[in-house]
Design a protein around this ligand. Structure first.
Ligand SMILES: NC(=O)c1ccc[n+]([C@@H]2O[C@H](COP(=O)([O-])OP(=O)(O)OC[C@H]3O[C@@H](n4cnc5c(N)ncnc54)[C@H](OP(=O)(O)O)[C@@H]3O)[C@@H](O)[C@H]2O)c1
Length: 315
């Protein structure tokens, strides 16, 4: 691997893919390739195979997926399971058939059982039932993890998976119909402040505990995995620290400058009671996150303010 090696970042315009692109460019990598979903629909097996065979990258980083929060998962279970399986199957199998040397598959912490012991260790995979609100997405991701593991086991190739915790940062999705909790809160508190609304209503009880990682730390983990030979096929990537959703809301309220009450809508689902990754395996290899939550939220809020005119209106 050198800075001229051809690296294809699938999903290079998304939150994670764009952060990986920036991180690799900053390290001097000059032969990155990426293509948007309008130019290449990764659900199209033949088109994906042709693209990989023609471009012949040495490495593929799979940051392309149908992604969304609880609401989007509950409304579109079929799209979440099928589109994700199509995208990853086409990429993994085309890579394998074309002799791509290294493949980095990005999954999500929702692959682990709902009631697994905390913090979540890689070995807890497939030891219990999944959280029902996003099991469709999780099952697709588990299939991707296992496909990479199978190629590694059978053919000894460097195909492996990184499981990020909840990510946030520049290029995040702030559309309240499909966003994750952290960007949704940034938007809600910001708009409440702008509209002089005294209250902000948030989903659930506020008691679940969650972990968050700034997307640039995630990108550094991908660069680390690219530049080092990882001995195993599955690694968690997170900060190793969690907080309650209520604490998160109060932090975001303070950063956005909204003043008023937070109302918790208990009729809406909470999801898993706690989700914290055990990141000791990745830390032992030498990668560790750097950006503290408050600093990351401040940077993300600034990005939101700088780009608000390009974002969809609240619906
Ligand atoms: N966001 C999180 O909190 C989080 C947490 C854990 C894991 N992850 C994982 O990280 C990866 C990237 O997530 P993200 O947050 O960066 O998502 P994102 O911002 O929504 O980006 C997803 C990317 O996938 C591409 N894509 C989707 N469907 C496609 C299709 N049919 N054909 C071609 N490209 C397609 C999109 O391309 P276009 O822009 O060209 O349409 C987009 O660039 C995913 O595997 C996700 O599971 C994310």
């Amino acid at each position: 691997m050198n800075t001229n090696s051809k690296i294809y970042i699938a999903g290079h315009q998304g939150m994670v893919g764009s952060a990986v692109w920036r991180a690799l460019t900053a390290k001097g990598y000059t032969n990155l390739i990426g293509v948007s979903s309008t130019e290449l629909d990764l659900r199209n097996q033949k088109a994906v195979f042709n693209y990989i065979a023609t471009e012949s990258p040495i490495v593929i980083i799979d940051a392309a997926a149908r992604v969304g929060g609880i609401l989007a998962n509950m409304n579109s279970p079929y799209e979440f399971i099928m589109q994700n399986m199509q995208i990853q199957n086409n990429l993994i199998d085309s890579a394998f058939q074309s002799g791509v040397e290294k493949f980095i598959f990005l999954g999500s912490s929702c692959i682990y059982p709902k009631l697994a012991p905390q913090p979540l260790k890689e070995e807890y995979l497939l030891t219990g039932a999944l959280e029902s609100t996003n099991e469709w997405y999780a099952i697709a991701k588990i299939a991707g993890v296992k496909a990479c593991e199978a190629i590694r086991k059978q053919y000894g190739k460097e195909y492996f998976s990184l499981m990020p915790t909840n990510l946030y940062g520049s290029n995040d999705n702030f559309d309240l119909n499909s966003s994750h909790v952290l960007p949704a809160m940034i938007r809600k508190f910001h708009e409440a402040k702008e509209n002089n609304n005294a209250t902000v209503t948030l989903w659930g009880s506020g008691t679940p505990r969650r972990e968050f990682l700034y997307v640039e730390d995630m990108a550094e983990a991908v660069v680390f995995a690219l530049e080092n030979k990882l001995p195993d096929s599955l690694y968690n990537v997170g900060s190793g620290v969690d907080l309650t959703i209520k604490q998160l809301a109060e932090t975001i309220q303070k950063i956005t400058g909204h003043q008023g009450a937070i109302i918790w809508d208990n009729t809406k689902p909470d999801g898993t009671p706690r989700k914290l990754m055990d990141v000791s395996k990745m830390n032992a290899l030498g990668w560790k996150h750097r950006v503290a939550l408050e600093e990351g939220i401040q940077k993300t809020y600034q990005w939101f303010l700088d780009n608000i005119q390009y974002l969809n209106k609240t619906t």
